[in-house]
Design a protein around this ligand. Structure first.
Ligand code: ATP
Length: 938
């Protein structure tokens, strides 16, 4: 079969018939599915395709369930990364040129990418082409790109922001943000190459005094200042003496810019070598104790301030480093005098440890020195325990006796107010901007924030979440956490593509903020951008959106003010009110912590409750043959590449079989390679067998009907919860396994059953491999697109027929037993196999005794005159029933064996007799229900 031709044929037919461009059908239930529009910085890769196709398969499934389904698609162009990349192309930067070359952009095209607009056009076009080539059931008539390049959308975003401002959701403020010094703007998750989800964390700079100068030590645990025995400085590092606000500080050179970014006023006075400070004594203002400065090469000048305090009783790294110095001070260039008075100072009591937890854990774990990697684990364990269960001891002044967790806030505030500490922000992990620059923390004022920290807004978002359907349900916990954890979000940037902030044109709205309620825009976009209607952007006033999306005002008024015909306005309103709210949004799990949660927040801010999101489906991140995908390492496939290599249906099946739930799914190239031939086999089988076969009905026909019916039900259950891998496992692989057994059992199938099977198997496969299924459907005489044919249903009565399934298990077991005897006794040359089913009385006894205890069973069986005739044999048999918990199977063993006689003979390679008179070894006597006796005549 020519898959390529079939795929092209059906893609053309879909397009001609506008098969996936629904319109309002009052009274018919609708299902509106969305997928986060991808960022137009490259080809649509298979990771994005995994999440996108989950939405698409769901769309097809819902269509087959009779819903009027809308699944639109758009292109995200907002933000700085495309602009930055275009600038790099304009500068002729090799790295960026290579990225495009590696992605498969023809060499002569590359200079065109110096224009950011070209990126948005090029990749919107290729993404659409690639999705069409994979047969995606998308309504392209509603597609759009974001930013001012699309003036209609631009008006929509401006309206949204004015609404947010009116509601008090956008505020001016001063906050620490993750900042790119090159792009000179905050860097949201979307614009990061590394460090998604990382936010600035507050740390404290504890001020130690060296004469009048301050050595500020960064710490997350200011309470441990009570146990400081020394400071650590790196002798190799250059420090500076600088005026910081009104004080004189000694910090690493790298710290100067960080302080300046955080609103400290800094003037450098002079450089100081780290080694010149070693051995000096500083004053711990909190305890009034003097402690020495010791050398430590592990102190990184870029972390904190490059000045570190040492609390060896409670910090494993400090203890290990101090022990190293104490064991050979000369190696560290230290005179023993300097350290001779150092004593560990305990300050936190925790259960399971003595006075010096850091020392104890190091000894328990047998940690050798300060370079031992296990120090990390030791640190985590101690810090966690001390934070959650620790109590401050008598060395902690007025905080003695308080729990660490409870005293922390008060103590921090006291230290800062008495000027013994200052607040500082750090990134707990490295963040790299898409322009390849390392990010820092910057405190920005004159910056607009969406105030996600507002408790009233949070409560609304929780209310929306509580009413939502989530797949898988266990992602709810994560959402709950994020809604609580989100802080104010810097929603504007100084440059990049996007929409200007309507009331302050210096700012562009950033990419995670102009993408929160745009699903509603899909409901009207086709009218706005269709030249036939001729709606100009300037006609899209706030009154227009207020009326169409929020039902405020009157159509007469809006029409008069905008010049848009009343009928058209009403049509758009009707579209919105029919499709909204969206029913499902499918995405990778990376967006839970930002976009998906923002989507919930913003819906509650703008729309009344009836338009809040109904559901979200979240999935893991696609791996490529077990490896993390990474475009910079070239370990990535585009959808275009795989479709070209394996074909659309095989690609779709491979992706959807790749995984489900929150676990990371996998693209398995080997699976993709074999998927095509497997599907081709089904295609051939279906066409060869539909409407052919015998008319008489056998057990095995009923068996296939029964197991396949049960499988339809199980498959539907998996489809309903978006567990598509399970659905393929059941609805395709299990079904095919049953079919293989059936054909083995009955090489000429029953006409009715096989035709039914072909019909349901094809319909089950249709959401996954639509092209092949459309073709089969057409060839077997199905009406219309299979995509719009009802999903298989079932007759519950058929499923109850477990006896039939047990009959087949019985036959399989008999064959296995016979084969085992043949192998063990080396009887492959034997002529005939004799199978004896149990004597009738044993079936009857089993009926009576099953499920009873020994005494009752014996009494009940012996009450029967027939049974008593078999004397001792009966009691032995009853014992067996009870001890092996035998139960009647309902299988008519003699009949089913007779029917399968020929099949068994074929399987074991010799003639088969069932219940023959000939029984030279008196085998029949040993047969019991479910376990016939077998004799092989050599
Ligand atoms: P990239 O980092 O490769 O540029 P991205 O994360 O910026 O991709 P978006 O354009 O934001 O991609 O992605 C659109 C959708 O695709 C989102 O729902 C996202 O979760 C999903 N997605 C992106 N990569 C993967 C992946 N490897 N596995 C599953 N889903 C993914």
């Amino acid at each position: 079969m020519d898959f390529k031709a079939i795929e092209e044929k059906w893609q053309k037919r879909y397009e001609e018939a506008k098969a996936f461009e629904p319109s309002v059908e009052p009274g018919r239930p609708k299902y509106f599915i969305t997928y986060p529009y991808p960022y137009m910085n490259g080809y649509f890769h298979i990771g994005r395709a995994f999440s996108g196709l989950r939405a698409e398969v769901l769309a097809r499934y819902k269509l087959m369930q009779g819903y009027n389904v809308l699944f639109p698609f758009a292109f995200h162009c907002t933000g700085t990364p495309i602009v930055a990349a275009a600038e790099r192309i304009a500068e002729g930067e090799k790295k960026q040129m290579d990225i495009l070359k590696k992605a498969g952009i023809p060499e002569e095209e590359i200079p065109k990418f110096a224009d950011p607009v070209y990126w948005t056009e090029y990749f919107s076009r290729t993404t659409k082409e690639d999705l069409k080539k994979v047969g995606a059931a998308i309504d392209w008539s509603r597609s759009f790109r974001t930013t001012a390049l699309n003036p209609h959308y631009d008006r929509f975003i401006k309206w949204q922001f004015r609404k947010l401002k009116e509601g008090g959701y956008v505020v001016m403020g001063e906050h620490p943000v993750v900042w790119c010094p090159r792009c000179k703007s905050p860097v949201g998750d979307h614009a990061r190459l590394e460090g998604e989800g990382v936010t600035p964390e507050e740390i404290f700079l504890i001020k130690f005094k060296l004469g009048e100068a301050i050595l500020p030590c960064g710490t997350y645990r200011p309470e441990t200042s009570f146990g400081v025995t020394n400071l650590w400085l790196n002798p190799e590092v250059t420090y500076v003496r600088a005026k910081v606000n009104d004080e004189e500080w000694l910090v690493s050179e790298e710290t100067v810019e960080k302080l300046a970014n955080q609103k400290y006023v800094v003037t450098v006075i002079e450089k100081v070598k780290g080694k010149d400070l070693i051995g000096k004594k500083v004053l711990n203002q909190i305890t009034g104790r003097e402690v020495p400065i010791l050398p430590a090469v592990f102190v990184e000048p870029g972390r904190g301030t490059g000045v570190v305090m040492s609390v060896p009783a409670h910090a494993p790294y400090d203890y290990a480093a101090l022990r190293d110095i104490e064991s050979s001070p000369a190696d560290f260039g230290i005179s023993p005098d300097i350290i001779k008075d150092i004593r560990l100072i305990p300050l936190i009591t925790i259960e399971g440890f003595g006075k010096f937890p850091a020392k104890e854990i190091i000894e328990q774990m047998n940690i050798k020195d300060q370079n031992d990697p296990r120090l990390e684990d030791a640190t985590k364990e101690i810090y966690k325990k001390e934070f959650h269960t620790g109590v401050l001891n008598e060395n902690c002044g007025k905080y003695a006796g308080s729990k660490v967790m409870e005293a922390k806030l008060e103590l921090e505030s006291d230290f800062v107010h008495s000027d013994m500490a200052a607040i500082f922000y750090e990134l707990p992990q490295q963040v790299v901007c898409r322009c390849l620059t390392k990010c820092v923390v910057k405190i920005v004022s004159d910056q607009w924030f969406l105030n996600y920290s507002n408790p009233i807004w949070k409560a609304q978002a929780h209310k929306a979440l509580d009413a939502m359907t989530l797949y898988p349900e266990k992602v709810r916990k994560q959402f709950d956490y994020v809604l609580d954890w989100l802080k104010d979000w810097a929603c504007t940037r100084e440059y990049g593509l996007g929409t200007e902030l309507p009331w302050d044109k210096r700012w562009m709205i950033e990419s995670l903020s102009d993408s929160t309620i745009y699903m509603s825009y899909y409901t009207i976009s086709k009218f706005l951008q269709d030249p036939h209607y001729g709606i100009k952007p300037e006609q899209l006033t706030d009154e227009f959106f207020d009326f169409v999306l929020l039902d405020k005002g009157t159509v007469e008024d809006v029409s008069k003010k905008t010049g848009i015909m009343q009928g058209l306005i009403m049509k758009m309103k009707q579209e919105f009110e029919y499709w909204y709210p969206f029913d499902m949004r499918c995405s990778g799990k990376d967006l839970v912590q930002n976009h998906l949660s923002f989507c919930i927040f913003n819906h509650t801010a703008i729309f009344p409750e009836k338009y809040w999101p109904q559901g979200m489906g979240v999935n893991g991140f696609l791996q490529l043959d077990g490896q993390k995908m990474s475009s910079s390492k070239g370990n990535i496939y585009t959808l275009r590449q795989v479709t070209e290599m394996y074909g659309a249906d095989a690609t779709r099946l491979t992706l959807m079989y790749g995984g489900e739930g929150l676990e990371d799914p996998n693209w398995d190239s080997e699976f993709a390679r074999t998927a095509g031939p497997k599907l081709a086999q089904w295609y051939d089988f279906a066409l060869e067998n539909y409407g052919r076969g015998r008319d008489d009905e056998k057990y095995i026909d009923l068996w296939l009907e029964s197991v396949a019916t049960k499988t339809i039900k199980l498959t539907k259950e998996a489809m309903d919860t978006m567990d598509f891998r399970t659905a393929i496992q059941r609805g395709y692989f299990d079904m095919q396994r049953y079919l293989r057994w059936y054909i083995r059992r009955s090489p000429v199938p029953n006409k009715r059953i096989i035709s039914w099977f072909i019909d349901v198997q094809t319909r089950i496969l249709a959401p996954f491999t639509p092209h092949m299924c459309e073709e089969i459907w057409q060839q077997i005489g199905g009406q219309g697109f299979i995509a719009k044919t009802p999903y298989p249903t079932w007759d519950e009565k058929m499923i109850a027929n477990e006896t039939i399934e047990r009959s087949e298990d019985f036959i399989r077991k008999v064959i296995e037993d016979a084969q085992e005897i043949i192998t063990v006794a080396n009887l492959t040359e034997a002529k005939e196999a004799y199978i004896y089913t149990s004597d009738d009385w044993k079936y009857k006894a089993l009926q009576i005794a099953a499920g009873k205890n020994m005494g009752d069973a014996m009494k009940a069986v012996m009450a029967d005159e027939d049974m008593r005739k078999h004397g001792k044999e009966v009691s032995r048999y009853i014992q067996k029933i009870i001890s092996e918990r035998l139960v009647p199977s309902g299988v008519d063993e003699p009949a089913i064996l007779k029917e399968a006689q020929e099949f068994i003979a074929g399987e074991i390679g010799m003639k088969v007799s069932v219940n023959a008179e000939f029984d030279p070894q008196n085998k029949k006597k040993h047969a019991i229900p479910g376990r016939p006796a077998i004799f092989i005549q050599s």
